[in-house]
Design a protein around this ligand. Structure first.
Ligand SMILES: NC(=O)c1ccc[n+]([C@@H]2O[C@H](COP(=O)([O-])OP(=O)(O)OC[C@H]3O[C@@H](n4cnc5c(N)ncnc54)[C@H](O)[C@@H]3O)[C@@H](O)[C@H]2O)c1
Length: 348
């Protein structure tokens, strides 16, 4: 299949491209590289450009003539969306309208959209099923909900069938070590925990002989949530299992020719303290942490019901264990640090 992928140089996009490429699909990634990495696109062609640019899009659609669209490109940092909502409405909604206009003009009939568990806001019951009320708690979540609505309208008006995948907490890194999880602004728990482990290790090395140990602390926002240990509970899903959901979604769209919305999560929640504990086991490092007050807008618990995607798309996670998810990240992050040390040594 000829597939146009927006945001394919990003974290989830690049992992999905690797799977799609291995299946032999003809791929074109478009990405403005605002947060993505050109080197992470391992298969297909690449064009640098912005999906808010209709002239760029027209050129891309008319030369590539895709049969399907996989739309990852977006601004993705929740606190930033609260501070700068117009940026989010622009990059997630205006951009999506420009993109879908081009897709409709060029008779694209299938789309897979990166939606989010953020559409649910504070859940009323756990696990969250797809028909749970959608009450996003921030502008980022609102843009994802509106994106789903635009696609539903495009189905009715233009026959553009879509699958909206509501990802829970994407995590882990390519177990084959070819891809990256590298963000300038890090807000995801597992990378933050592993970076705190590395900082602790570095500080210990530097302080050797002076009796110091420990490193930058990991901040735990809120220890008084109604959860077993008082910290927030989330559903961590390996990025390769997320990638597989896109493959199955495209197959389903080709076969069924109808639209659908699916959660993508493991259906199992882990608290912040559990993530830190498992990370301590995986890294063998202390990982200092400090409890600080809650942040506004963090739901206590967010765990997916994955029944629908398992039943309808036949999806099944291959790496559901938190320990394996964290190990795949540690494999990447620990090498990164070793690599940067080598670079410093080389520069001297
Ligand atoms: N990471 C998660 O846990 C998570 C959870 C739920 C949903 N999502 C959604 O998944 C998608 C991918 O997220 P990610 O974590 O891989 O983020 P990411 O920042 O790594 O990837 C986004 C990619 O889109 C590109 N991009 C952004 N704006 C663009 C524009 N205007 N034109 C062209 N390219 C543009 C970036 O350069 C980047 O390569 C996003 O839509 C995000 O909202 C992510």
């Amino acid at each position: 299949m000829k597939i146009l992928v927006t945001g394919g140089a990003g974290y989830i996009g690049s992992h999905t491209i690797k799977k799609l490429g291995r299946q032999g699909h003809e791929l074109l990634t478009i990405d403005n590289l605002s947060t993505g990495h050109r080197g992470a696109v391992l298969f297909g062609d690449f064009k640098k450009g912005d999906i808010r640019d209709p002239v760029f899009l027209r050129r891309v659609f008319s030369s590539f003539r895709p049969q399907a669209l996989v739309h990852f490109a977006a601004s993705v940092i929740v606190p930033e969306s609260v501070e700068n909502p117009l940026l989010y409405w622009d990059n997630n909604i205006s951009a999506m309208i420009t993109l879908l206009r081009a897709a409709v003009e060029h008779q694209v009939k299938m789309a897979v959209f990166s939606s989010s568990a953020a559409v649910y806001g504070e859940p009323e019951k756990i696990p969250v099923t797809e028909d749970h009320p959608r009450r996003p708690a921030n502008p980022y979540g609102m843009t994802k909900l509106v994106g789903e609505g635009i696609l539903a309208d495009c189905d009715l008006a233009h026959g553009l069938k879509s699958v909206c995948l509501r990802y829970f907490n994407a995590s882990g890194v390519d177990p084959e070590g070819e891809l990256v999880e590298d963000r300038e602004v890090e807000t995801h728990l597992i990378p933050l925990v592993l970076k705190a482990a590395i900082a602790a290790r570095e500080k210990k090395h530097r302080a050797k002989g002076r009796g110091h140990s420990g490193g930058k602390e990991l901040l735990i926002f809120g220890n008084d949530y109604p959860t077993p240990d008082g910290t927030c509970v989330r559903d961590y899903i390996h990025v390769n299992d997320l990638a597989q959901a896109h493959i199955l979604a495209l197959e389903w769209l080709s076969r069924e020719k109808r639209s659908g919305v699916f959660n993508v999560g493991n259906g199992r929640g882990y608290s912040v303290r559990q993530v830190i504990e498992v990370s301590r086991r995986v890294t063998g490092l202390p990982i200092p942490s400090r409890d600080v007050p809650r942040r506004p807008g963090d739901p206590a618990e967010l765990v997916a019901s994955s029944e629908k995607i398992r039943k309808v798309l036949g999806w099944k996670p291959e790496i559901p264990e938190l320990e394996k998810i964290i190990s795949s990240s540690w494999n990447y992050f620990s090498k990164q640090v070793a690599g940067s040390r080598k670079q410093v040594a080389g520069n001297q």
